[in-house]
Design a protein around this ligand. Structure first.
Ligand code: 13P
Length: 261
């Protein structure tokens, strides 16, 4: 332990202060050209004020060009919600990392719980996607989180460890270029946010795993029913570096208030 003081979580205050704040919106399968235009314009206008957190939006594939043209030259970055593990080829319906990079994407979500549960994405596949994202020059935002049954069975930390295993096995140089997001499945779209203490417990465990790997500077976001009203207390936790916001990212004013929290 260095001279830097440690919080009860084990996080050093100097370590935490070196990590910048990041708030990403996940639009999921919402939007249309007209609604997006209004939302992107409102975000761009709102971001003309100095922001305390970096902000970005992860939009459906067909709207990447729209996000790019609306946000270019603004402080707001954009990205996608999934990518293929493959570089190119006969993979009907898939989208390669290089294609996302072509549209100026900075971020790509990988392993969102909806991809894991609805599309059978495994921990190993998620790690392969994270690797493919890095190879394309994108920052993967690797999502992990337990279900309610898993939490009630007391296996939350074991589930997170299992999900992160293949990702951490990519090594510190790779993991150091990622963002991680803890999204308890029971808090997603349910209006039931994890308490700051519940979230911090998991974030502290993730931070400890990152520290052991030598990648403690990686930003770890919290996601799951984040609203402007709950954001400040979550983001005040020592190991929570920002948010991954679903529903509330579709309302410009609410999303900007979260980013200001
Ligand atoms: P909600 O904020 O709508 O709960 O969604 C969270 C999420 O899944 C972000 O990726």
């Amino acid at each position: 332990m260095t001279a830097a003081s440690r919080s009860p979580s084990g996080a050093s205050t100097s370590e935490a202060s070196q990590r910048s704040r990041l708030v990403l919106g996940n639009w999921k399968m919402h939007g249309n050209l007209a609604e997006n235009a209004a939302l992107l314009e409102a975000l761009r206008t709102g971001a003309a004020q100095p922001l305390t957190a970096e902000i970005g939006v992860c939009v459906p594939f067909p709207y990447l060009a729209q996000a790019q043209s609306a946000l270019q030259g603004s402080p707001i970055s954009w990205g996608a919600q999934d990518l293929s593990t493959q570089e190119k080829g006969a993979y009907t319906g898939e989208v390669a990392g290089a294609m996302l990079a072509d549209f100026g994407c900075r971020w790509v979500l990988v392993g969102h719980s909806e991809r894991r549960s609805l599309h059978g994405e495994t921990d190993a596949l998620v790690a392969d996607k994270a690797k493919a994202a890095l190879a394309a020059g994108l920052t993967p935002v690797v999502c992990v989180g337990e279900t309610l049954d898993e939490r009630e069975a007391g296996s939350t930390l074991a589930v997170i460890e299992r999900q992160l295993g293949p990702v951490l096995a990519l090594g510190a140089p790779a993991v150091g270029r990622m963002v991680l997001a803890y999204e308890p499945v029971w808090a997603i779209g349910t209006g039931r946010t994890a308490t700051p203490e519940q979230a911090q417990e998991v974030h502290a465990a993730i931070r400890q795993a990152l520290r052991q790997l030598g990648a403690e500077q990686v930003q770890v976001l919290y996601g799951g029913s984040v609203k402007a009203a709950s954001a400040a207390s979550l983001f005040a936790m020592p190991d929570i570096d920002g948010g991954l916001v679903g529903g509330a990212s579709l309302v410009a004013e609410e999303f900007l208030r979260i980013a200001a929290a």
